[in-house]
Write a protein that binds this ligand. Structure first.
Ligand SMILES: [Zn+2]
Length: 397
């Protein structure tokens, strides 16, 4: 890629500037040849009376505005890769959308003297025009120091893989007015305007595809998926998959709990989506576990229930504290010594050489006599110390 450094005046860049108030987007400049806010860019976020004003003040004080990057997308057609917030601020000011304090007074653009207006319009902006493959643009994004609020991962991917597919995906998943937005928000971390729903939808569908060995490159599945579909304008697959997963969860549990938001539902759907569950039973189990004080990892409850309530490690059940373990150890050991048998009750039952062995505290682990899953509490009267071998054997049952 051969980036070319060019100089444009504010007058040139803002020639034909259009701004969409409804969407909060700067649209065009350079007589329509420049798309200021391509689909993949986030909306205009400088309209806060501070950052937009700061851009104009910088120009008035002849401070540099920093480098701007264009991507050449066709013959004499450009998109802003970086700098759209600054350009949109300039364009909006010239269109009298906000005022800036100048010589002690708040002034709109037309309220300024002709000489000052010209100073703004004749300000030169340094623009790197690049033209390249997705790999090259990607490298650029990693190298250039993006000013202001950095792009998040998905915003960056949208830029690298910009095209009809990303545009169509954004229209679906990044639409803050989408009718299903609230439902999605129960299971997926938002917000839409920073591409979180899109990021999740992509992750789910990309991970559900088995990658054939020859296409399995260093690319992560999401990038591979975007690269493959870049020129598609059909988003049926990703849309259908996302809806399928969301509807599956939504129908499976009869109540929405805050712990459900942001769980790897795509992955859970792949593993459990084909199983049939008793809707009432599953919902009741979840509710019971959410009320259980011994469950320390509440977000693990859903996977635990879907997996048939077997893997209690998912719940991070509260363990016996050290002082309880010590008290139980001392009592058990004293009794064992009197009887002349092992202080591990399970060893004592056997006939091996360990039947009379007295273990050190460090050689034993605490065990729930009545398993937690069968209602046993993490209290001293339900605690016994077992040798590590027996405790592990019991845990694996
Ligand atoms: Zn033992």
């Amino acid at each position: 890629m051969n980036p070319v450094l060019k100089m444009y005046t504010v007058r040139e860049i803002c020639d034909g500037f259009e701004y969409n108030e409804l969407e909060g987007k700067g649209l065009y400049g350079l007589k329509g040849k420049l798309t200021i806010q391509p689909e993949y860019q986030r909306n205009y976020i400088y309209a806060d009376g501070k950052r937009d004003v700061a851009v104009i003040e910088s120009v008035l004080k002849k401070y540099p505005l920093g480098l701007i990057y264009f991507n050449k997308v066709g013959e004499d057609r450009y998109e802003v890769l970086d700098g759209q917030q600054r350009i949109t601020s300039l364009g909006r000011y010239i269109k009298n959308k906000f005022d800036v304090k100048y010589s002690g007074k708040f002034k709109s653009f037309t309220g300024l003297d002709k000489e000052v207006q010209d100073r703004i319009l004749d300000t030169e902006l340094l623009v790197y025009v690049c033209e390249g493959t997705e790999e090259e643009i990607k490298e650029w994004f990693k190298t250039i120091n993006i000013v202001g609020i950095p792009l998040n991962k998905q915003e960056e991917l949208n830029a690298i893989y910009s095209g009809p597919f990303v545009s169509a995906c954004k229209a679906e998943f990044s639409n803050t007015e989408h009718t299903d937005k609230q439902k999605w928000g129960s299971f997926v971390k938002g917000p839409a305007n920073r591409q979180q729903f899109l990021a999740t939808a992509l992750e789910w569908v990309a991970n559900s595809k088995t990658v054939s060995p020859d296409t399995a490159s260093s690319k992560d599945p999401v990038e591979a998926y975007l690269s493959k579909h870049r020129r598609d304008d059909n988003i049926k697959e990703i849309k259908t998959y996302f809806e399928t997963v969301i509807n599956w969860v939504d129908n499976l549990f009869d109540e929405i709990h805050p712990e459900m938001c942001g769980l790897p539902w795509g992955d859970l759907y792949e593993r459990y989506g084909k199983k049939s569950y008793d809707h009432t039973e599953v919902s009741a189990k979840v509710k019971q576990l959410l009320l259980d004080d011994y469950v320390q990892d509440r977000r693990g409850i859903f996977e635990y229930v879907l997996g048939g309530c077997k893997e209690s490690r998912l719940l991070n059940i509260r363990l016996f504290d050290k002082s309880t373990q010590r008290r139980v150890y001392l009592r058990q050991t004293e009794e064992a010594k009197e009887k002349g048998e092992s202080n591990c009750p399970l060893c004592a039952l056997g006939s091996s050489s360990n039947a009379k062995r007295i273990y050190k505290f460090e050689e034993m682990d605490a065990d729930h006599m009545t398993a937690w899953s069968k209602g046993g509490k993490t209290t001293e009267d339900n605690c016994q110390m077992l040798c590590k071998t027996h405790n592990q054997a019991k845990g694996n049952r």
